[in-house]
Design a binder for this molecule. Structure first.
Ligand code: DAH
Length: 358
């Protein structure tokens, strides 16, 4: 049998020199594994005399124990060192200066769209879009505004030059034509909101030729005026972030809804300062109503079977009210100082859970 003292010293030295957990494992297998050097020697014991066998067995066992203890101790040391190294590599230098704040700002229109989408998204609405350049059918006729209808004059429409076939396209005067497109392309039930640009040939203190609206449309077999009221009251509370904001439905007229209403919210102007909430004044914020059966029929939706409600609101107006922006025209000035003041940090996405506004 080979010199066990020498073998032991050799193996212990190798354990001491193993500089990684992998190297140590390799060493363990080559010494104590099934075909390891110590194991092979153990197997050789069978051929010895009983006395010799006992003495050699004890000596071999002592080597085995010494080597396996040394491996265990080395393993613990290497594992600690590996953990320390991983932690050191993972270290965050908290003395580094904070990253400078992003300088860009979201325009209040974008922020308001995001807030509205967050609120109606939570109610199960999805976002639909349509073209800015529309035809007469979608912008007017299908919405129950026939050619001679007086509502057409009120829309101050921008027309494009006449086409060869005599048709004149136009810049949509409201987002309502997307109601028509949605019903034409999708079978009910439908539950959409439509954020977008709209255009009217009008420009003064309170009108700009381009402005923004959000349209809403629900079509199914059961939605009624009560649902419309609940939906819009909830919207007003969530959007203005005033839980008990008074909401009033005032009878009105739109060609595409019957009955129609306008929605006002309560406010006070005490001391010349506008405050949304209980007060002695009202502010109009949107139009709404039950979808007119003629509008359903124009989209080949059976008015005997389906019904629903729609609403539309001006974005600049409700953004001005919520954020105290006094002048409509500043929205379109592209003035960096204004944007720095009224704009929003882009990464703070509005949600109902974490809050609409930063
Ligand atoms: N389209 C209307 C406008 O531009 C707003 C509106 C009113 C939309 C009532 C609707 C509605 O969907 O039901 O003045």
């Amino acid at each position: 049998m080979e010199n066990l003292d020498a073998l032991r010293e050799e193996l212990l030295a190798a354990v001491g020199g193993a500089d990684s957990l992998d190297a140590l494992e390799e060493l363990r297998v080559s010494a104590l594994g099934r075909k390891g050097r110590v194991t092979e020697l153990m197997k050789g014991l069978g051929g010895l005399d009983p006395d010799e066998r006992r003495a050699a067995g004890q000596a071999l066992n002592a080597v085995k124990t010494a080597v396996s203890d040394a491996i265990e101790a080395r393993h613990a040391g290497l594992a600690d060192a590996a953990l320390d190294a991983a932690l050191a590599a993972d270290r965050v230098d908290i003395t580094l200066p904070v990253r400078p704040e992003a300088e860009g700002r979201l325009h209040p229109i974008s922020q308001t769209f995001d807030e509205i989408i967050a609120i109606f998204g939570e109610m199960g609405f999805s976002v639909a879009e349509g073209p800015d350049i529309e035809d007469d059918f979608h912008n007017f006729t299908a919405l129950n505004i026939p050619p001679e209808h007086p509502a057409r004059q009120m829309h101050d429409t921008f027309y494009l030059p006449e086409k060869d076939d005599g048709e004149r396209m136009l810049l949509r005067t409201h987002t309502s034509p997307v109601q028509i497109r949605a019903m034409q392309s999708t079978e009910p039930p439908l539950r959409i909101i439509v954020p977008g640009r709209t255009y009217r040939c009008d420009s003064d203190m309170t009108h700009t030729p381009m402005f923004h609206q959000v349209e809403g449309l629900i079509v199914d077999e059961t939605s009624h005026m009560g649902h419309l009221k609940g939906c819009l009251i909830e919207f007003c509370r969530a959007y203005f972030e005033v839980d008990d904001v008074p909401v009033r439905f005032r009878p009105s007229y739109f060609p595409f809804t019957e009955p129609s209403a306008e929605v006002d919210i309560g406010c006070s102007r005490a001391g010349g300062e506008l405050k949304i909430g209980a007060g002695d004044d009202w502010l109009e914020i949107l139009g709404c109503g039950m979808v007119h059966p003629k509008v359903l029929a124009a989209c080949n939706v059976d008015p005997e079977k389906y019904q629903g409600f729609a609403f539309g609101m001006g974005i600049e107006r409700i953004a001005m009210l919520k954020y105290g922006i006094p002048d409509l025209r500043t929205f379109f000035d592209a003035d960096m100082r204004w944007l720095r003041h009224y704009g929003f940090v882009p990464l703070e996405v509005p949600t109902l859970l974490r809050g609409l506004t930063p």
